[in-house]
Design a protein around this ligand. Structure first.
Ligand code: SF4
Ligand code: SF4
Length: 110
């Protein structure tokens, strides 16, 4: 293997294959539009909860993909389900239903 002069620090790496992906599969099955997301951040920029807390819906999406259930549970408590994020999404992701489905997935698999 080529020596690049540095190595990946294992304690900072994410073993994606070892993560629990049941919640992501559940959400995508019930709300396939989540797959249209291009990560533009418009939802995060306009989020009502984000004005008053450190809530970041794009981060919640990342946690969902990584199967990081505990962190995701804590994050979702800050969402008010107002649906403002959905109005700004240029890809037409049905974010309100995504959020509701994530909550349901947490009940089922969390
Ligand atoms: S606004 Fe839509 S496309 Fe952009 S990051 Fe949010 S969900 Fe993804
Ligand atoms: S529904 Fe939740 S994530 Fe979307 S804008 Fe409202 S508080 Fe933010």
């Amino acid at each position: 293997m080529k020596d690049f002069g540095f190595t990946v620090q294992l304690d900072h790496s994410i073993d994606y294959d070892a993560k629990d992906k049941r919640m992501m599969r559940y959400v995508l099955y019930h709300e396939p539009s989540l797959d249209w997301c291009i990560g533009c951040g418009s939802c995060t920029a306009t989020c009502s909860a984000g004005q008053f807390t450190l809530f970041n819906i794009r981060m919640a999406h990342t946690l969902l993909r990584r199967g990081e259930t505990e962190k995701l549970k804590q994050e979702l408590k800050k969402c008010m389900f107002c649906g403002k994020c959905q109005l700004t999404c240029p890809r037409g992701v049905n974010l309100r239903n995504v959020l509701l489905r994530i909550n349901r997935a947490i009940e089922l698999f969390g």
